[in-house]
Each structure stands twice: as structure tokens, then as C-alpha cells.
Design a protein around this ligand. Structure first.
Ligand code: PGA
Length: 255
């Protein structure tokens, strides 16, 4: 049985005051949550104080990116070991916003994945196609290229300590969600591709959906066989909406 994971990707949002209010509301609402792993991924500058305020709670902390290098002359970058030291358990790698704006290639994302694991972090590897890829029938090709780069660099067994997030780029922040059928199809494709290398790893691998997952569409997505949670952007900034998604993931367990 795969324990679902619901992770909030706060992106470049928040302030000390807003973070405190959001986290105190989340702690109240999620205090006794069981059977679902929950994480928040705030902007890096807030990680130490947030990790401290969540220590001993059921909510884990993740970063939104890390360097592919361990240390040295890399101005502005953050090493996985630093993120681990201040209390991160997870780190998002290869988010489409970074693949686009920072020109992160799949090879570079694969190096970040390897570096994150070397530092003891659990990478949340994002993959997903653009609208034009879907419309031209290239979804599986694009997702395979993104996934195979990491499988080749890290080896399939590395996915015992990793999570994948399938995020169709056209659904991120747009209010357009993949239908449950569209999402399930790609999730099954990803699991099968990993199974081609190692069926046991694939069976245990958590594959999250991301892209305008909200309180009102979460249950439909989370009910599907190969959807093991969510990577939540906009709705993770709203304690009530995020909690509702976590609860929907918890109900999936009992189903
Ligand atoms: P969204 O973002 O939920 O706002 O679409 C998801 C993500 O980019 O991780």
C-alpha cells in the first residue's frame, strides 16, 4: 500500500506574517491526520524558521529546488546538504517553471536529483508536457525523455527514495485540470515505464498529480489507481482548501 503524499508548493509566495498564519491554521486542522504524508515547500529563505515551527508536527518541509553541486563557487545556489541541515525532508526538482525560466534541461534535473539524494533528501521529480505536446500527441514522448534522463543517471533503485509528480504544464495555475482519465493514463504510463526497469520499484513508487488540483476536484483524481497524492500550488496557500485535499487523499486510503 502506497501512503499518499500531499505537498504544497508555495512557489514565490508568502511573508513571515502570512506563513505564520497559514501554518498555524494547518497545524490546527491537520494535527491528528493519519495515513497521509503532508509537506509544505516554502521559499528557501523561510525554510529554517518554518522547519523549526513544524518540528514534532505531522507536516514535513521541502525545498523548491537545489543545486546539482555539493559546495563551492556557485553564487546564489543552495546545496542539498544545506537544505537537509535546516530541516528539509523533500526537494522539488525539475518543476516546469524552472525548466522554462531557468532553462533546466532533463540532464541537469537528473544531476539535481542525484545530488539531492546524496544529501539525504527525497526528490519530488516533476515531469509533464506542454499544451502543444499534448495536442500533437507527444505527451508520452516528452514524459519519457524527462523520466529516462533520471532513470539513466540515478538508476531505477534510486526511485525507492523519490517521488514523481506528473504536472501537465497546461494545467498549472490555469484552472484547467487534466480529467481524471487523462491523468490516470499518464500516471499508468509512468509506472509502466519504471516497471520496465524494475516492477517492484514501480509498484511502490508514489506518483503525484499536479496542476490546478483543488478541494472540489481532488477526490475524483485521488480515487484513481495510479494517483498517489498531489503537488498543490495555488490551493496550498489556503489552509481550508489544502486541508480538504489532504482529507480527500486520506479517504482514498480507506476506500
Ligand atoms: P497549481 O500548481 O496547483 O497552482 O496549478 C501546481 C504546481 O505547479 O506544482
Amino acid at each position: 500500500m502506497r501512503t499518499p503524499l500531499v505537498a504544497g508548493n508555495w512557489k514565490m509566495n508568502g511573508s513571515r506574517d502570512a506563513n505564520r498564519a497559514l501554518l498555524s491554521s494547518l497545524k490546527d486542522r491537520l494535527g491528528a491526520i493519519q495515513g497521509v504524508d503532508v509537506a509544505v515547500c516554502p521559499p528557501a529563505v523561510y525554510l529554517p524558521e518554518i522547519a523549526e515551527s513544524l518540528s514534532g508536527s505531522a507536516i514535513a518541509v521541502g525545498a523548491q529546488d537545489c543545486s546539482d553541486e555539493a559546495s563551492g563557487a556557485f553564487t546564489g545556489e543552495l546545496a542539498g546538504s544545506m537544505l537537509a541541515e535546516v530541516g528539509c525532508r523533500y526537494v522539488i526538482v525539475g518543476h516546469s517553471e524552472r525548466r522554462e525560466r531557468q532553462n533546466e534541461s532533463s540532464a541537469w534535473v537528473a544531476s539535481k536529483f542525484v545530488a539531492a539524494q546524496a544529501a539525504g533528501l527525497t526528490p519530488i521529480l516533476c515531469v509533464g508536457e506542454q499544451k502543444a505536446d499534448r495536442e500533437s500527441g507527444r505527451t508520452e514522448l516528452v514524459v519519457s525523455e524527462q523520466l529516462d534522463a533520471v532513470l539513466d543517471a540515478a538508476g531505477v533503485e534510486a526511485f525507492d527514495r523519490a517521488v514523481i509528480a506528473y504536472e501537465p504544464v497546461w494545467a498549472i495555475g490555469t484552472g484547467l485540470t487534466a480529467t481524471p482519465e487523462q491523468a490516470q493514463e499518464v500516471h499508468a504510463f509512468i509506472r509502466n515505464r519504471v516497471a520496465g526497469r524494475d516492477p517492484r520499484v514501480a509498484a511502490e513508487l508514489r506518483i503525484l498529480y499536479g496542476g490546478s488540483m483543488k478541494a472540489d476536484n481532488a477526490a475524483g483524481l485521488l480515487a484513481l489507481d495510479d494517483i498517489d497524492g498531489g503537488l498543490i500550488g495555488g490551493a496550498s496557500l489556503d489552509a481550508e482548501a489544502f486541508t480538504a485535499i489532504v482529507r480527500a487523499a486520506g479517504e482514498r486510503v480507506g476506500a
